[in-house]
Design a protein around this ligand. Structure first.
Ligand SMILES: Cc1ncc(COP(=O)(O)O)c(C=O)c1O
Length: 371
């Protein structure tokens, strides 16, 4: 049986056009600075986001890590959301490699941090007890709030607070392009207030590998040194960068505008799930409270929910129906739509979820059991 894989938008296969571009890519030794395809990708990314320079890195995690290496000194501190990927899911690279602490703030259901709390989170640089605040970071789209896109006006307000205190703003834009498409803004506008932005090629844009970090020439030079330090200097990396250049093409030739289709399929899925007994709102900041899933919370390509029965039994039953979904924190289940999922497969997914619920019953009610 062909599985419908909605576990993540990272499961995509490169398009035939990407495979052709990769096979034909002109390459060189990128550590020596002479891979023309990598250089073209870095320039294209910088141009699209309105920054001076770009750096091709192996992953979103590496993009965040080298941004921190470029922007922070040992013993400094970052202000971030408690549920940011950088805080929860990057093996504490900030502590292990960068030598910094993170001061976390609770995110709100729209994925933002309270502006007054950000102001209050800055340390007193005259107090020798305290670390020195060196960075503020935002995540856009914000994963744990069910992929909420964060506006450029809010990003500018956070940047103003940081910049008044001489501190840069980094944007973890793993799904930056989903935010651009959902908000209908220019990428330069959304990236503009931030000093550095990293975005993933290997998620919704469908590339096999890689992310790009953009920022000023000086910061990107420091990030390049950081990339070497963590072993991320790749040689004929143009082979993989070539797929990124396809993804970043304008219009239908690229992979950005089509993200709107993923948002539409996610919304369709949520609308159908909202009416199914046994399926609950995701709770936590994704949709606070109990009750049915609210499809209006689905703004990009994530659908989160809980079930009123044993989650593992439900996911196993769903797998036997040919659909893969992912366990997510807070007892949630995640479906992430992507280029490999058609509208017809969403309809099959809805039927399969109904069948899996019928197959599992609600004897073992563990809906609120945390992950
Ligand atoms: C918000 C966010 N940031 C960063 C990353 C890291 O990306 P990668 O898996 O490429 O290291 C992810 C991955 O899922 C993510 O969701």
């Amino acid at each position: 049986m062909d599985m419908i894989d909605l576990r993540s938008d990272t499961v995509t296969q490169p398009t035939p056009e990407m495979r052709r571009a990769m096979a034909a890519a002109e390459v060189g030794d990128d550590v020596l600075g002479d891979d023309p395809t990598v250089i073209a990708l870095e320039e294209r990314a910088a141009e699209l986001l309105g920054k001076e320079a770009g750096l091709f890195v192996a992953s979103g995690t590496m993009g965040n890590l080298v941004a921190q290496l470029a922007l922070l000194g040992r013993g400094q501190e970052t202000i971030a959301g408690r549920q940011h990927h950088m805080v929860l899911d990057e093996a504490a690279g900030h502590a292990v490699i960068v030598g910094t602490s993170i001061r976390t703030l609770e995110e709100r259901p729209d994925g933002t941090l309270d502006l007054d709390e950000i102001r209050d989170a800055f340390r007193d640089p005259t107090d020798p007890h305290e670390p020195i605040t060196g960075l503020v970071t935002l995540e856009n789209t914000h994963a744990h709030s069910m992929g909420q896109p964060i506006s450029s006006a809010y990003t500018a307000a956070v940047a103003a607070i940081a910049h008044e205190r001489g501190v840069p703003l980094h944007l973890d834009g793993a799904r930056f392009w989903n935010a651009v498409v959902a908000l209908g803004v220019a990428p330069t506008e959304l990236a503009g207030p931030a000093d550095t932005v990293t975005f993933c090629l290997s998620k919704g844009l469908g590339c096999p590998v890689g992310s790009v970090l953009v920022g000023s020439r000086d910061v990107i030079w420091r990030a390049r040194r950081g990339r070497k330090l963590v072993g991320g200097g790749m040689r004929q990396a143009g082979i993989i960068a070539a797929a990124g250049l396809v993804a970043l093409r304008d219009g239908d030739a690229g992979m950005i505008e089509r993200l709107a289709e993923d948002h539409a399929t996610a919304r369709r899925l949520a609308e159908a799930l909202a009416g199914i007994p046994g399926l609950l709102s995701p709770g936590d900041i994704a949709q606070p409270g109990d009750g049915p899933l609210d499809p209006n919370r689905v703004r990009t390509n994530f659908v989160l929910f809980r079930v009123d029965r044993d989650r593992t039994a439900f996911l196993d039953a769903l797998r036997s129906e040919g659909v893969l979904l992912e366990r997510f924190p807070h007892g949630q289940v995640r479906a992430a739509t992507h280029v490999g999922i058609s509208a017809a497969e969403i309809e099959r997914t809805i039927e399969a979820i109904g069948a899996a619920l019928r197959a599992t019953g609600r004897d073992a009610v563990t809906a609120a059991t945390p992950a």
